[in-house]
Design a protein around this ligand. Structure first.
Ligand code: ATP
Length: 137
């Protein structure tokens, strides 16, 4: 697949890392097909992270993801899903490789700066969740 979906999470925006992260994404060869500054409602965050509903950190995750604005975006590149997950690095910044976005900018396993879709199917679902066809270039 050639597209993926990302969110720059509230900690990244709050800490002033938005521009640097977008620059890393562009420098890595992704082109931006859609982008917006927005804020998740509680309902949206619960739905987005539904797969984690039974996990102990779910309440905290929903609270964090609704705590401030995010940047949602659709990115295009060959092998987009896998290459973007390589660019962001492991969920826990302590385990993230050198040169990855989470290594530089994540605060913790929970507040980890950025989301990247984990499959082509989820990339399409998540993109639709945030963008109308008229907002995608
Ligand atoms: P994402 O889906 O955001 O790209 P991921 O695929 O690396 O992240 P998942 O295991 O799907 O990680 O977890 C989704 C999100 O839930 C993580 O990015 C993180 O914000 C939060 N999370 C995951 N595990 C924990 C944990 N043990 N404690 C706190 N928060 C966590």
């Amino acid at each position: 697949g050639n597209r993926t979906f990302t969110m720059l999470k509230p900690d990244a925006i709050e800490n002033g890392h938005m521009g640097k992260i977008i620059d890393m994404i562009i420098q890595a060869g992704f082109s931006i097909k859609a982008m917006k500054l927005t804020r998740l409602t509680e309902e949206q965050a619960k739905k987005f992270y539904e797969v984690h509903a039974e996990r102990p950190f779910y309440g905290e995750l929903v609270e964090y993801m609704t705590s401030g604005p995010i940047v949602a975006a659709i990115l295009e590149k060959d092998n987009a899903v896998a290459d973007f997950r390589a660019l962001i690095g492991a969920t826990d910044p302590a385990e993230a490789a050198e040169g990855t976005i989470r290594k530089y900018y994540a605060e913790s396993k929970g507040r980890n700066a950025v989301h990247g879709s984990d499959s082509d199917e989820n990339a399409a679902i998540e993109s639709k969740f945030h963008f109308a066809d008229s907002e995608i270039f």
